[in-house]
Design a protein around this ligand. Structure first.
Ligand SMILES: [Zn+2]
Length: 118
């Protein structure tokens, strides 16, 4: 029963190869994919106590989320100006495997935090 439903479109920036693979999976494999993706997110997660400020930086706030930790920090511009350290800026930090088998902390700048006085 029920009306035929159009297949949902993948997110705009989603890799096409992944989307077409997922579209061909049966229900069992799709459910397993969700579980596996959650495990990968847990694996990419970096606990807050593994994140350290670089010299001159000042960590204001850290919040752990599934797959990443949000870090709010002030940072120097490198020129040691009167306003240093600048910010605060919001970053999302996750664990990123490197081709050589090692891993890196991957910092993604989200933007300046606007609510606080700087
Ligand atoms: Zn500065």
């Amino acid at each position: 029963m029920g009306n035929p439903v159009d297949m949902p479109a993948p997110p705009a920036d989603f890799p096409e190869a992944v989307a077409s693979t997922l579209q061909q999976l049966n229900v069992h494999d799709l459910r397993e994919t969700i579980i596996y993706a959650q495990e990968l997110l847990q694996y990419r997660h970096v606990p807050a106590d593994q994140i350290e400020p670089a010299p001159g930086e000042e960590i204001v706030e850290m919040t752990e989320h599934t797959g990443y930790t949000e870090v709010v920090k002030r940072q120097p511009c490198g020129e040691d100006c009167d306003d240093c350290p600048h910010g605060p800026y919001i970053y999302h930090v996750s664990r990123e495997p490197l081709p050589n088998g090692q891993e890196n902390l991957h910092w993604v700048l989200i933007g300046r935090k606007l609510s606080d006085d700087s």
